[in-house]
Ligand binder design. Structure first.
Ligand code: HSE
Length: 401
């Protein structure tokens, strides 16, 4: 007779209810894949859920779940750091694997939770925390394990990508596009984390830790959101041959780690430019493998639920003693964003001749009415601005070439 894998879901919002629905819809397929039926034994929520088919499984006391030896996987979909962190830690210490979509907890406490999982012979898995439904983190554990990764560029926030796409394609206003993203269930309960870039910053910190093992925690000092993006930025990007996207980048050279989240000009021939609307894309410079890109739905109920379910299966199948994933706290200071050598597009009011020898190398992308749009590669923002002293800089954005 086929066995039963009992799980508990913490939080029955957009993602939690999506997990329950997809488990039900794909019941046969999941049972075939796992060799067991997945049963939702408890749902922890503030509501009694009597208006759903799960009313008989609703609990408000986490101890009920913790003390039930039949529950082997806890799915934490609460959002926020508390009580999500305490519940996750308690579950791991009680010998239960934890699966989460909560990037805030992973980015802040992933090192502690992974260590606790290892100590207790269980798993802490968070595929749904980055890139929504894209199967990304397991690739770091498996296919990319032997690759020397030097850089990760990602469009990691579906809400801001949706807003920027609407602003570009339909000349929509920022507020209208944000309301639409909220209606579609992409935005956070408080969308300021989306708009400010904090959500993308948490995700790039998680990806950097997956690539290099060190988890950077703390404030997103090198993080700029999209609230200042206007149609003028779109026009500038288009003259440069690209579009405006919020790009999160992690680049590593020896012990020097640069992290950045900012609106960028993504050039049209870069594959990241294909990610529009709620889609996310992550491009990884993976040494001998070369560049590899992951693409898919970066937010939304069912894509994210699919990632959670893939982790439920992984938690049930694999023993934690096989290659446990571990993060350490990242021990070095980050590279000062102004000193980071990368690529920039800028618009300056001057004649070509006035540029003279100011810049080591640049390329003129567009010229009209005394305004030059330039691409400068492999240069720090500080050096670039020093070189432009006395010239009116109308626009300056990081470029992703
Ligand atoms: N608010 C997030 C986004 C949800 O828009 O990407 C997925 O993490």
């Amino acid at each position: 007779m086929i066995g039963i894998l009992n799980i508990a879901i913490l939080g029955f919002g957009n993602i939690g209810s999506g997990v329950a629905e997809v488990l039900e819809r794909n019941r046969t397929k999941i049972a075939e894949a796992l060799g067991e039926n997945v049963a939702i034994r408890y749902i922890l929520d503030k509501r009694d859920l009597s208006d759903t088919i799960y009313g008989d499984r609703a609990v408000r006391d986490f101890d009920v779940i913790l003390k039930d030896p039949e529950v082997s996987v806890v799915c934490e979909m609460l959002g926020g750091t508390q009580p999500a962190f305490d519940y996750s830690m308690a579950a791991l210490r009680a010998g239960k694997s934890v699966v989460t979509s909560n990037k805030e907890v992973v980015a802040r406490f992933g090192d502690l939770l992974l260590a606790a999982a290892k100590e207790n012979g269980v798993r802490y898995l968070f595929e749904a925390s980055v890139g929504g439904g894209i199967p990304l983190l397991h690739a770091f554990d498996d296919s990319l394990r032997g690759c020397v990764i030097s850089r990760i560029d990602g469009i990691l926030n579906g809400t801001t990508n949706y807003i920027l796409t609407r602003m570009h394609d339909c000349a929509s206003g920022f507020e209208d596009a944000l309301q639409e993203a909220r209606r579609l269930g992409y935005a956070e309960a408080n969308p300021s984390a989306d708009i400010s870039g904090a959500d993308a910053f948490r995700k790039i910190c998680i990806l950097a830790a997956m690539a290099w093992g060190g988890l950077v925690s703390g404030d997103a000092a090198c993080c700029e959101g999209i609230s200042a993006v206007t149609q003028e930025h779109n026009a500038f990007a288009s003259r440069c041959g690209g579009t405006v996207k919020l790009v999160a980048t992690a680049a590593r050279e020896e012990e020097l780690l640069s992290l950045s989240v900012s609106p960028c000009v993504v050039m049209d021939d870069n594959p990241l430019s294909a990610a529009s609307g709620v889609f996310n894309a992550v491009k990884i410079a993976a040494g001998d493998l070369g560049d590899v890109m992951f693409y898919g739905m970066g937010a939304g109920k069912y894509p994210t639920a699919s990632a959670v379910i893939s982790d439920i299966l992984a938690a049930a199948e694999k023993k934690a003693s096989e290659r446990p994933r571990l993060f350490t706290a990242y021990p070095y200071p980050l590279v000062d964003p102004a000193e980071w050598r990368t690529d920039y597009c800028l618009s300056v009011r001057c004649h070509r001749d006035a540029l003279g020898e100011r810049l080591p190398a640049y390329c003129v992308l567009h010229e009209a009415d005394g305004v030059l749009d330039l691409l400068c590669e492999d240069i720090s923002k500080k050096t670039l601005l020093e070189a432009m002293a006395g010239i009116e800089v109308l626009m300056l954005m990081r470029a992703v070439v």
